[in-house]
Design a protein around this ligand. Structure first.
Ligand SMILES: C[S@@+](CC[C@H](N)C(=O)[O-])C[C@H]1O[C@@H](n2cnc3c(N)ncnc32)[C@H](O)[C@@H]1O
Length: 232
């Protein structure tokens, strides 16, 4: 199990904590590789994805691994599960990148048990600020307006990102306490199939991605989360 662009091992990041016996939702599971690995560690993962094609891919990978991971089609913006049923909700560049955090964060709060964890890796706001669309690469200048950042047309698809202060607001209004934010730096000489060498070098100097770990408060503030969900 390894996070993000630089495949930093979970054993180094240590965001998920103990997983044996835990009920876990992978939000935007894609090929479900994380869920397969988690199942191998004694967790009880479920993979959720919006795309039939990705779910078919996941099903093949699960069969190949001789694993057993239930898969569900649905959107992270309206998670098709009852409230308070998961110990951990997580994704690695999954639905938290491609769905609206104003909807996903309250939804994650709703389906987590009190004290449950939301953990996800996604792009950093800084990455979008410095992206040069005409040259299709990262630059050393700020090219996008930071305030009001939300829905972003990015390389032919739509991604979501908000300023750091908005993340903090979203988490606290949904009843989460922020425990850790890891801004990954590209290891020296890092190569990744996702980035050019120049963009990898950029990622050694500025934060390309964020890995958040936030915990649902024991008392829960589900009324706040519901109010927030109604506002969007
Ligand atoms: C980059 S991919 C998957 C990454 C995954 N960690 C992997 O290694 O395969 C992102 C996934 O999020 C899914 N996705 C996008 N928007 C979603 C949404 N609103 N709800 C659920 N899944 C979504 C996509 O279908 C895709 O499978």
């Amino acid at each position: 199990m390894a996070w993000g662009l630089w495949r930093i091992p979970e054993s180094t990041v240590q965001h998920l904590g103990p997983v044996r016996g835990r009920s876990i939702l992978e939000l935007g599971c894609g090929a479900a590789r994380w869920s397969i690995a988690l199942r191998g560690k004694g967790a009880r993962p479920i993979g959720l994805d919006l795309s039939f094609a990705q779910l078919a891919h996941a099903r093949r990978e699960i069969r190949k691994a001789r694993s057993e991971v239930p898969l569900v089609r649905g959107s992270a913006e309206a998670i098709p599960f009852e409230s308070g049923v998961f110990d951990i909700v997580f994704c690695d560049w999954g639905a938290m990148t491609f769905a609206d955090p104003r909807r996903t964060v309250p939804e994650c709060a709703r389906v987590l048990r009190p004290d449950g964890l939301l953990v996800f890796a996604t792009a950093s706001p800084v990455r979008y600020l410095a992206y040069h669309p005409a040259k299709d690469r990262q630059s050393r200048r700020l090219r996008r307006t930071y305030f009001g950042m939300h829905r972003i047309e990015w390389e032919g698809s739509v991604e979501f990102q908000v300023p750091y202060g908005d993340w903090v607001d979203l988490f606290s209004r949904s009843g989460f306490t922020i425990e850790r934010l890891v801004e990954t730096a590209a290891p020296v000489g890092a190569k990744t199939p996702y980035l050019s060498a120049a963009d990898s070098a950029w990622g050694a100097r500025w934060p390309m991605e964020c890995i958040w770990r936030v915990r649902k408060e024991r008392t829960g503030r589900s009324r706040g989360a519901r109010r927030l969900a109604r506002q969007v």
